[in-house]
Design a protein around this ligand. Structure first.
Ligand code: WTA
Length: 633
C-alpha cells in the first residue's frame, strides 16, 4: 500500500528508537555512546590499542599504535600478524572447527555449507597451490569470479602467503579486467568458467581469455570448473580443484608486518582510469573486525547475511574479512535478488533464520516495487538488525524497509563509507536512535565534519563537503603506483581527508548524504567514473567527443546519460545508438551502459577546453545552471 505524502512526512521527521530488547542485548548501550565516542577521539591510540589487544592475535605486538608524517600514517608499527590467522586458525584453535563459516545458496537451490575447519583446510591447500605456481609474498593475483566459496578461498589464500589480491567484479568486461591486470602486473588470474544470473549462464572464462591475451608477465590462469563442466585446459591454465586436491592442508601463515599490503581494489575517481586503492594488513584487520562486531552488533550465534559481492569493498570488509575475523556464520547467495521470484531473498532469511541483514538501497527500492505481499509470505521474525550501504537510503525506502521487513521490531542502520575508508565511517549503531534518510554519526575514533571549500564547518542543515579530520586505522595507504592521486584526497581541503560526498549535519550531529560532489556516478550502488564511460564512448569509431552525467533514477539511484558529438560524415540513428550501448558494454561491462544517449552539435566547455558536465546536467534536469562565467560559448 502506498503511503500518502503527509503520512510520510510525519514518519520521516520522527526519531526511531530501537526496540528495548535490541538495546538490552547490545554491546554498547546508548547511554555509553557519547562517553565512549569522546574517549575514542580524545585518545585514539589507546582506544585502538585496546581493541587490537583484546580482539586479535598478533605474532608480535606493535611498538607504537600510530606513526608517520601526514598524510602517510602507519598503524600498529612493527606489529606482526596474518589476517587469515585471525579469520580462521584463531577460531579453530578456540574449538570452533565445526562452526559454519558460510552457507552458500544459489538460484537452483543448491546449498553448500562450509565450517571454519573446512575453510582453513581449503585455504591452506590453495595457498600451497599458489606457492607451487611460483606466487610469492608481494606478488599480485587477480580474481575474477562469481560469489562462490572458491572466490573467498582464493582471496584468503593470497592473504595467507602475503600475495596481494586484486578482485575484479564479475560484471566488468574483458577490457576493464585487462586494464586492472596490467596495472597491477598480476602474475596469476583466478576465475571460474561461468556464473548464473536469472537463469542465464554468463561466461566468465572467455572474458579472461580475451583479457590475458599476449600478456608476457601473466604466468597462469587458475580455473574453477563448475558443476557439469568438462572443460579442456590449455597452456598456462590450471584446474582449481585439482590444485587444491594435490596440496598439503598445512600452510603456516606468512608473518606479515602491520603495514604490509593486503590487497588492491580498483575504484573509480573523478578523472582518468580507475585507481588501485591499497589497504594494509594490521589497521584493516582491526577496523573491519571492530566495525563488524559493533555496527552489526554480532554475537556468537548470529546468522549474518551481507548481500554484497566481493568484487566491491563491501564484500571484502563485510562478507569476507570482518565476519570471519569476528567468527560468525554468514549466508552468501549467488544470483539476483528477485529470481526465481521476488520472494527468493525473503525465503532465504526464513530458511536460515538470518538475524542481521545488510544490503543496498537499490535492492530495497526494487522490493518496494514488488510490494508487501512477497515478504509477507515468509517468516522474517529472526531479523534483529537491518543495514544498508552504497548510496543514500531515501526516507521512503527507509520506512518501507523498517516497517515491511523489520516489522518495526528491528534496528535499521545506514552505513556510509567508501572503498578508500576500508570500513564504516558514518552510521548510527543499532542501540542508538536513528533518523530516516540520515546515515547518522561518526563511528568511534572517526572525526568527521561538513565543511565549506576553505574547511570551515557549515551551519547546521547546510550543504557542504564531508571531510574526515583525523586518520583512522583502515584508511587507504596509497593508490597503486600513483601516490599523487592518494595525496589529492588530503590536499584539496588540507589537511583533511576529502571524501567527495555532499552532506549536511543537523543540530543533533546526524549527517545526511546527498550524493557525490564530483564526477563519480553511483548506479545501483556501483561506483563508475564519468571519465571511464566517456573514454569507452569515444573509443567507438563514430564518436568524436562525449560527456556523461548521472540523472536521478527511482530504482537505480542514478542512471547514465551520455551526450555525443559524432565524427564528420556520421549520422545519428537508432542503430548507431544501440551499437554505442553495446560498445560500452563490451568496453566496460553492463553496469556502465548509458540508459540514454543524445547527439549534440557541441558540448559546453570552459575556455580552457574542459567539458562542463554541470551545465549539461542542470539543463537536463531543468535546474538553474549556476555560474557559467567560465563557459566558452
Ligand atoms: C556512496 C561503498 C550515501 C558515497 C562502501 C561514497 C553512500 C561512495 C553510502 C563509495 C550511504 C556509500 N549513504 N552514500 N550509506 N554508502 N555511499 O567506494 O557516494 O563503492 O562516496 O564504497 O558510495 O562507494 P564505494
Amino acid at each position: 500500500m502506498a503511503m500518502d505524502k503527509n503520512e510520510i512526512v510525519l514518519k520521516v521527521n520522527r526519531v526511531y528508537n530501537p526496540p528495548r530488547a535490541i538495546v538490552d542485548g547490545s554491546y554498547i548501550k546508548p547511554e555509553e555512546y557519547e562517553r565512549l565516542y569522546a574517549e575514542s577521539i580524545k585518545d585514539p591510540e589507546s582506544f585502538w590499542a585496546k581493541i587490537a589487544e583484546e580482539e586479535l592475535h598478533w605474532f608480535r605486538r606493535w611498538d607504537r599504535v600510530r606513526a608517520g608524517d601526514h598524510p602517510y600514517y602507519r598503524w600498529f608499527v612493527n606489529g606482526k600478524l596474518n589476517i587469515t590467522y585471525n579469520c580462521l586458525d584463531r577460531h579453530v584453535k578456540a574449538g570452533k572447527r565445526n562452526k559454519l563459516a558460510y552457507i552458500y545458496i544459489n538460484e537452483e537451490n543448491h546449498e553448500v555449507k562450509v565450517t571454519y575447519g573446512e575453510l582453513l583446510d581449503m585455504v591452506n591447500r590453495f595457498a600451497n597451490g599458489l606457492k607451487s605456481l611460483g606466487i610469492q609474498r608481494g606478488d599480485r593475483v587477480a580474481i575474477y569470479m562469481p560469489l562462490i566459496v572458491e572466490q573467498i578461498v582464493a582471496m584468503l589464500a593470497c592473504a595467507r602467503i602475503g600475495a596481494l589480491h586484486s578482485v575484479v567484479f564479475g560484471g566488468f568486461s574483458a577490457p576493464a579486467l585487462r586494464l586492472r591486470i596490467m596495472d597491477a602486473q598480476a602474475k596469476v588470474v583466478i576465475t571460474s568458467t561461468w556464473t548464473k544470473r536469472r537463469g542465464k549462464k554468463i561466461d566468465l572464462k572467455s572474458s579472461v581469455d580475451e583479457a590475458v591475451a599476449d600478456l608476457p608477465f601473466l604466468e597462469k590462469v587458475v580455473v574453477v570448473q563448475r558443476e557439469g563442466d568438462d572443460y579442456e585446459l590449455v597452456e598456462k591454465e590450471v584446474d582449481f580443484h585439482g590444485l587444491v586436491k594435490s596440496q598439503s592442508s598445512v600452510c603456516e601463515p606468512e608473518v606479515m608486518d602491520s603495514e604490509d599490503p593486503l590487497f588492491i581494489l580498483y575504484t573509480s575517481g573523478t578523472t582518468g582510469k580507475p585507481k588501485g586503492v591499497l589497504h594494509t594488513v594490521g589497521g584493516y584487520n582491526v577496523y573491519t573486525h571492530y566495525t563488524t562486531k559493533i555496527v552489526f552488533d554480532l554475537h556468537e550465534n548470529d546468522i549474518f547475511w551481507s548481500t554484497a559481492d566481493p568484487g566491491w569493498i563491501t564484500g571484502h570488509s563485510y562478507l569476507v574479512y570482518g565476519p570471519l575475523s569476528v567468527g560468525v556464520t554468514s549466508v552468501i547467495a549467488e544470483g539476483a535478488p528477485d529470481y526465481p521470484d521476488p520472494g527468493w531473498w525473503w525465503s532465504i532469511i526464513e530458511r536460515y533464520k538470518v538475524n542481521v541483514f545488510y544490503t543496498a538501497p537499490t535492492v530495497v527500492r526494487l522490493f518496494m516495487r514488488y510490494g508487501e505481499e512477497w515478504p509477507r509470505k515468509y517468516d522474517l521474525s529472526s531479523l534483529r538488525i537491518l543495514g544498508c550501504v552504497g548510496e543514500p537510503l531515501n526516507p521512503e525506502a527507509w520506512i518501507w524497509f523498517y516497517e515491511q521487513i523489520g516489522k518495526k521490531n528491528c534496528a535499521l542502520i545506514d552505513t556510509w563509507w567508501q572503498t578508500e575508508t576500508g570500513g564504516h565511517m558514518i552510521t548510527t549503531i543499532p542501540s542508538y536512535a536513528a533518523k530516516p534518510g540520515k546515515a547518522g554519526k561518526p563511528f568511534f575514533g572517526i572525526v568527521a565534519d561538513v565543511v565549506d571549500k576553505t574547511g570551515q564547518p557549515v551551519a547546521p542543515n547546510t550543504v557542504g563537503s564531508l571531510v574526515i579530520k583525523q586518520p583512522w586505522p583502515s584508511g587507504l595507504r596509497t593508490c597503486w603506483n600513483e601516490p599523487e592521486r592518494y595525496e589529492k584526497y588530503w590536499k584539496t581541503i588540507a589537511p583533511y581527508y576529502l571524501a567527495g560526498d555532499l552532506a549536511t549535519k543537523d543540530e543533533d550531529g546526524y549527517i545526511m548524504f546527498l550524493g557525490r560532489a564530483d564526477d563519480v556516478l553511483n548506479v545501483s550502488g556501483h561506483r563508475i567514473g564519468t571519465a571511464e564511460v566517456e573514454s569507452a564512448l569515444v573509443s567507438h569509431p563514430a564518436v568524436a567527443e562525449a560527456a556523461v552525467i548521472g540523472k536521478p533514477h527511482p530504482l537505480k539511484g542514478e542512471s547514465i546519460k551520455g551526450f555525443l558529438i559524432l565524427k564528420h560524415g556520421q549520422e545519428p540513428s537508432e542503430l548507431l545508438i544501440e551499437d554505442l550501448k553495446l560498445h560500452v558494454r563490451r568496453e566496460l561491462g553492463s553496469l556502465a551502459v548509458p540508459d540514454e544517449l543524445q547527439v549534440l552539435d557541441s558540448l559546453p566547455k570552459t575556455r580552457s577546453g574542459k567539458i562542463m558536465r554541470r551545465v549539461l546536467k542542470s539543463h537536463e534536469l531543468g535546474m538553474e545552471v549556476g555560474d557559467i562565467s567560465t563557459l566558452e560559448d
